[in-house]
Design a binder for this molecule. Structure first.
Ligand SMILES: Nc1ncnc2c1ncn2[C@@H]1O[C@H](COP(=O)(O)OP(=O)(O)OP(=O)(O)O)[C@@H](O)[C@H]1O
Length: 877
């Protein structure tokens, strides 16, 4: 203990503190054990007090009176124990600062009064305490101090309440009053709760005098372990263990130990060092005050065991020590396990590093991590209770798709209804359609409605650079799903793995992808019909999928989800507008926005609504109004206005006349689309002008020859207007020509609208660019026919614009001055359109709702463009 306290480490500090605590007979200060040791403390309450009234009487440590007083004190220790304790106290006293002496004596007093607990007794008697002894001692002291503190607290509290006995009468009165209040509080649940809490607190700090604090410490195994290691480290650094210690020389050993006859035993460690164990009693008898300061053992190094033995023998001979009293010598080979452990540190660090990196690499993989988890499925599992809140009511439009998929929901909810009649349960469905049409949303809603777990994974997540990972992930996914039946698996973008195997093999196959697909096929086949696992898959390209995937028994259903119709768009707007703060008439707003956004998918609509709210927020508006929605739609379609792009007056004039040509054509051709808005402010994607047209016939799905011809003529209106009003023409019409050519080619090669070529359909396949599916003659005929149709459209356009040259001029000049023209302006400038317009759309553009915008139908390929309503509403460059 003496050595221990002499060290400046934590252990010593702690011991001193604990000693102080033990020594306290009356509560004096608010001391709590150092936090560094808190993990050692089990869940106990240590009560400390801030009572200021009583203070310890300081006892001068070396005061002889105090010694005397001590000896007169009541003691239950026997003589030997008392002697040991006194020696111990004296030893410690010499090593600790004076301020601690008082506490030490208090502790001594208390131990004399209560007796020496066995642990303390052993510790005091022991000369060669180990780490475990110190730890045991610490634990004991702490426990002991806690018990003492509680005992003291109880005593102090008793005293405190005794003092208040004088006011007994008034207390009784208070009690009566309290009881009355209690009965009142019972009726009020909040007060009752408060009271319960107070009672709980009271119980915790039972009988605490005012000012008392309660500290609570919890046992935490992890920090216990860490603290133990740290403690051990500190211990080792201050008590370097058996293999090191205070080094002395042979001469010192001879002079101070051997010659004085205080050596009890010698131990030769690892043939290189000698541990000298000192007999303290002998030391005490030789030097009256040195016993305490003498360490239990010292060390010296030896060159070799033989020379040491020789020297020792000589020395003992010289001292005349008889053979039977000679100092015993032991030989020990010790492995310092601490340093042995340390030698493993780099290896351990390496393994820890590898483990950490592999965890990071596999991190976020649906709970699978580590390099060994690479073959695990990366599907995210959504819990129907917490994660999937989407219901069918959140999926607007697509009523037919919902009906189809509803069957899966009823299958998952009541499978027996189907099985009873001998029906086989459908295995899965492929949801196909253009991007953003709500395929994922529908799959999620299916899971939300049926209340089953939902595994969502993307097809590309099966593809990894390692061979065999894809199939392994598929196996893992299905195994997981089977464990969680009933459930839904959703594989998004299944075309990433489900591409037709025949097509892939062209120019070298992809075996990994193929085996992944095979594994999916096998897993879907392997389903037991009673296993309630439904597989849904989403794709934008159903045409490229392998036929084996689509056969009955695998993906039984094929649910096509198209871009929403006018009514569908209204419903989608309704869903998304719910979250928007607006005062507009909802019915009108939905209808008008739906009319403005033909060809928009659900995702575009959600984006538009959000964009409108952002536009309004940028203006610091209180509410989102129609203007914001229209700006948002315009921005979504045309991109940002490029205010920085300044056109020269010449260019601006050309753009104005070009746009005016389109607008006038749209106004006067019966089957063309009338203008909604035209602007000559440049926008993103290189568009210098921008025109939007109202779909004349509403959402149209078939186009007749008249419509196609009028549309082509209108598309050529820009260039014709340039020809009529300027000496030269510009490159601005090239995109118009592209559209016109596509339309005319489709009329000839696909729609059977050319008498010369007849009823024939030629696939527009990029692979057939080299080997055309028609002869040279037919190719020449197609060329001639396409040219003829375009020439007709041109003539039709030129005739009209020559006739309406003045009108084109009026519109163009107005456009130059205002930069933006709307439908109302057109009516003002040209008079009402001479043809009736389709009711559904026109209803929302009666001039009351302000300027309007109608965005283009996405025109990826001519077939798609013309297959709908054939409107051309893309930005005009
Ligand atoms: N019918 C709809 N009703 C309501 N919101 C919709 C609808 N369709 C799409 N949305 C909105 O569009 C977002 C994107 O839809 P989703 O992810 O389902 O499209 P997707 O068809 O799976 O697209 P992709 O083919 O690109 O994966 C949805 O989060 C939702 O906000």
């Amino acid at each position: 203990m003496a050595t221990f306290l002499r060290r400046p480490g934590n252990l010593a500090r702690f011991s001193r503190r604990a000693t102080e605590h033990i020594s306290r007979t009356i509560p004096v200060s608010t001391r709590v054990p150092s936090p560094s040791f808190s993990p050692f403390i089990k869940s106990t309450h240590i009560q400390t007090f801030t009572t200021t009234g009583s203070k310890c009487q300081a006892v001068p440590p070396n005061d002889p009176k105090s010694e005397k007083k001590g000896s007169q004190e009541k003691s239950i220790l026997n003589e030997q124990d008392q002697k040991n304790l006194d020696a111990f106290v004296k030893t410690v006293e010499n090593r600790i600062p004076e301020s601690q002496h008082e506490a030490l004596h208090q502790m001594r007093k208390q131990l004399m009064r209560d007796g020496l607990p066995p642990d303390v007794k052993n510790f005091i008697e022991k000369r060669d305490a180990s780490l475990m002894d110190y730890l045991r001692m610490m634990r004991f002291l702490l426990k002991y101090s806690n018990e003492q503190a509680s005992k003291d607290a109880a005593e102090e509290a008793a005293k405190f309440f005794d003092k208040t006995q004088d006011g007994k009468e008034s207390k009784a009165q208070r009690d009566d009053q309290g009881k009355e209040n209690d009965s009142k509080d019972e009726s009020d649940p909040e007060k009752k709760k408060e009271k319960e809490e107070q009672q709980k607190k009271k119980k915790q700090g039972a009988n605490l005098p005012p000012g008392a604090k309660v500290f609570e410490f919890r046992f935490d195994p992890a920090s216990f372990l860490v603290t133990s290691l740290v403690t051990y480290y500190i211990y080792r650094s201050f008590f370097p263990g058996e293999s090191s210690g205070r080094e002395i020389t042979w001469q010192e050993f001879r002079a101070n130990y051997l010659d004085k006859g205080v050596v009890e035993k010698l131990t030769v460690l690892n043939h290189s060092r000698v541990r000298v164990e000192v007999n303290r009693d002998a030391v005490a008898s030789v030097q009256s005050d040195a016993s305490a300061s003498q360490p239990a053992h010292v060390f010296f190094s030896i060159g070799s065991v033989d020379s040491f033995e020789m020297k020792l023998e000589q020395a003992q001979n010289q001292l005349g020590i008889p053979p039977h009293e000679r100092i015993p010598v032991a030989y020990v080979d010790e492995v310092p396990w601490g340093s042995a452990l340390l030698s493993f540190a780099p290896t351990l660090l390496l393994f820890a590093g590898i483990y950490w990196f592999s965890r990071r690499a596999g991190g976020g993989a649906g709970g699978q991590s580590g390099i060994f988890g690479i073959g695990k499925s990366r599907a995210k599992k959504f819990n129907h209770e917490s994660d999937i809140k989407i219901k069918f009511s959140d999926v607007a439009g697509m009523d037919e798709a919902k009906v189809e998929i509803m069957e899966f929901v009823s299958f998952l909810q009541q499978p027996e209804r189907f099985q009873r009649l001998g029906a086989k349960i459908p295995r899965g469905a492929i949801l196909s359609g253009p991007p953003g049409t709500g395929k994922t949303l529908l799959a999620k809603a299916t899971a939300g409605e049926s209340g089953v777990p939902f595994f969502s994974v993307s097809g590309s997540e099966f593809v990894e650079m390692f061979v065999g990972v894809g199939p392994s992930r598929v196996r893992d996914l299905f195994a997981n799903a089977r464990k969680n039946t009933p459930c839904i698996i959703f594989i998004d973008e299944i075309d990433a793995i489900g591409k037709s195997r025949a097509k892939q093999n062209f120019g070298g196959g992809n075996d990994e992808r193929e085996s992944t697909l095979n594994q999916i096929l096998t897993e879907m086949d392997g389903f037991n019909t009673s296993e309630q696992v439904v597989v849904l898959a989403g794709t934008n390209r159903p045409d490229v999928l392998d036929k084996a995937l689509m056969r009955p028994g695998r993906f039984d259903r094929h649910i096509a989800i198209d871009r929403p119709t006018m009514d569908g768009r209204k419903q989608i707007f309704r869903v998304h507008l719910k979250k928007i703060v607006t005062d507009e008439n909802m019915e009108y707003l939905e209808g008008r926005l739906a009319a403005l956004t033909p060809g928009f998918a659900g995702a575009d609509i959600a984006n538009c609504v959000n964009e409108a709210a952002l536009v309004a927020a940028r203006e610091n508006a209180e509410k989102v109004v129609m203007k914001h929605f229209e700006q948002a739609i315009e921005r979504v379609i045309g991109g940002l206005e490029k205010k920085s792009l300044v056109l020269s007056p010449e260019e601006k004039r050309t753009v104005a006349y070009h746009e005016a040509g389109h607008a006038v054509c749209g106004w006067y051709f019966k089957w063309a689309d009338p203008l909604l808005k035209v602007s000559i402010i440049p926008r993103g994607q290189g568009a210098l002008g921008y025109a939007q047209y109202l779909p004349a016939g509403g959402d149209t799905y078939l186009m007749n020859t008249n419509q196609l011809m009028d549309r082509m003529a209108m598309t050529l209106g820009g260039r014709v207007s340039e020809e009529l009003h300027f000496e030269t023409v510009t490159s601005g019409a090239s995109d118009d020509f592209n559209k016109v050519t596509s339309m005319a080619t489709a009329m000839v090669t696909k729609f059977g609208m050319s008498k010369k070529l007849g009823y024939i359909y030629y696939e527009e396949d990029p692979q057939q660019q080299i080997h055309k599916p028609f002869s040279e003659d037919t190719a020449r005929s197609i060329d001639i026919e396409v040219r003829r149709i375009i020439d007709e459209a041109y003539k039709q356009c030129r005739d009209l614009l020559t006739e309406k040259k003045a009108e084109v001029g009026i519109v163009a000049e107005e456009l130059l001055s205002k930069e933006v023209l709307g439908r109302d302006d057109m009516i003002r400038l040209l008079g009402p359109r001479p043809y009736p317009e389709s009711g559904e759309f026109a209803k929302y553009f009666d001039g009351k709702g302000g300027q309007t915008f109608a965005p283009p139908e996405p025109a990826q390929d001519p077939e798609e463009t013309l297959g709908k309503d054939g409107r051309d509403q893309t930005p005009i460059p």
